[in-house]
Design a protein around this ligand. Structure first.
Ligand code: IFM
Length: 405
């Protein structure tokens, strides 16, 4: 027998994107890095993907096609949308703010509002102006002031048009991939830098929160935090201990340090990590995405329950999968929402679901091949086509319910 589950009144349904992954034709620290690394990444793929796969280039040309893309979001019943403002467009040279680009983003925000879609604006989704990274970016505490200045400028411009601000996207992923591992620009593997960047991002977050609140007291401000469900396999002592450590460091450290400066918690969720005898990621992997990530929708329930202790509204700011054939997306969305609903019914205050992503996009060092979109993008013609699962998500968004069979 099927069951209809009702979501709370005013629940927000939407999708998330990030400037660098969809807009195209820009210059920032990533575009520079892509040029230097595309050949290497192609070689490392064993020639499976050509160097062009690793160059963001014109991406989805969303910069010019945002109206068309928002028409599709509206058609799909979305009443909220998360996107990022690209710092390198607004301040391409140190201290010189580009008013034309501010007008561009004003038009983007107005295009959303005209369609009845609430904007959630991310101020930093990993990319940075080249002049800032030439000064070593967030590695140096003295550089924080530049980011604060940029955020203050943007918040002052849009204080009457934007209510929800997300200061940072997944700072833990950035610090880890760029400084703990050797994967992302600036590829400086150093534990000291890893800790400094982490600490400087915490300080930046708090300072920007205070500035936005000054400019716009009624703003709702938070972070998009990537939390993982760490599971201790068979509850063995060592596994329990490692789980505790990882929860403390990966999931809660940033939130604990900034908890007086969050109006809400934004949750990006993708991973389940089962720990067994000092080995991480000992998962069953009954289903996996195109990127090999386990699809384990129960995990989001556990992560949400763990966030309840902060006693703040929770906005799910990202959740999704790479699935070019769209063979698991419908199931994944429904099962994830079933688990989110279970958390809500146990008094976790969840207020939104943003699917990652509205459309296929440039997946960082993996390039274009992973397909995360509700909308498929043909990168040759730039034609957009809705995937079948987007129709299920539309039904959910429009009815504010899910049907569980
Ligand atoms: O594409 C990314 C996004 O930029 C941040 N969160 C995870 C997504 C999928 O890897």
């Amino acid at each position: 027998m099927s069951k209809i589950l009702q979501f709370p009144k005013d629940f927000l349904w939407g999708a998330a994107t990030a400037a660098h992954q969809i807009e195209g034709n820009n210059r920032n620290n990533w575009t520079e890095w892509e040029k230097e690394n595309a050949e290497r990444l192609s070689k490392e793929s064993g020639g499976k993907y050509p160097p062009e796969n690793y160059i963001s280039g014109r991406a989805c040309d969303h910069y010019n096609r945002y109206e068309e893309d928002f028409d599709l979001a509206k058609e799909m019943g979305h009443n909220a949308h998360r996107f990022s403002i690209e710092w390198s467009r607004i301040e391409p040279e140190e201290g010189k703010f580009n008013e034309k680009e501010i007008e561009h983003y004003r038009n983007v925000i107005r295009a959303l509002r005209a369609r009845g879609i609430e904007p959630f604006v991310t101020l930093w989704h990993w990319t940075m102006p080249v002049w800032f990274t030439e000064k070593d970016g967030f590695e140096k505490r003295e550089n924080i002031k530049y980011f604060i200045r940029f955020c203050e400028y943007v918040a002052s411009e849009f204080k009457d048009e934007v209510k929800f601000w997300i200061i940072l996207n997944e700072p833990e992923i950035y610090a880890s991939n760029s400084y703990f591992k050797d994967m992302w620009p600036p590829q400086k593997k150093s534990f000291i830098l890893y800790l400094s960047v982490w600490q400087n991002l915490i300080e930046s977050y708090c300072a920007v929160y205070k500035i936005i609140k000054k400019v716009q007291p009624n703003a709702q401000i938070g972070i998009a935090k990537n939390n993982i469900y760490f599971e201790s396999y068979l509850n063995k002592f060592v596994n329990v201990w490692l789980k505790k450590f990882m929860d403390w460091w990966w999931n809660f450290y940033f939130l604990n340090q900034t908890k007086n400066y969050q109006d809400f918690i934004g949750l990006n969720h993708y991973f389940h990590n089962r720990i067994n005898n000092f080995k991480f990621g000992q998962n069953e992997n009954q289903k996996i995405s195109d990127m090999g990530w386990e699809l384990y929708p129960e995990a989001i329930y556990c992560v949400l329950k763990d966030l309840k202790k902060y006693n703040k509204p929770i906005y799910i700011t990202e959740n999704g999968l790479a699935d070019a054939q769209d063979k698991n997306r419908k199931w994944f969305i429904e099962e994830s929402l079933n688990n989110i609903h279970k958390a809500i019914s146990e008094n976790v205050d969840v207020r939104s679901y943003f699917h990652w992503s509205l459309m296929d996009n440039f997946e960082w060092d993996k390039g274009f091949w992973p397909r995360f979109g509700l909308i498929e993008v043909d990168y040759k013609t730039l034609e957009r086509k809705r995937r079948p699962s987007s129709h299920i998500y539309e039904k959910i968004a429009k009815s504010n319910t899910i049907e569980i069979k």
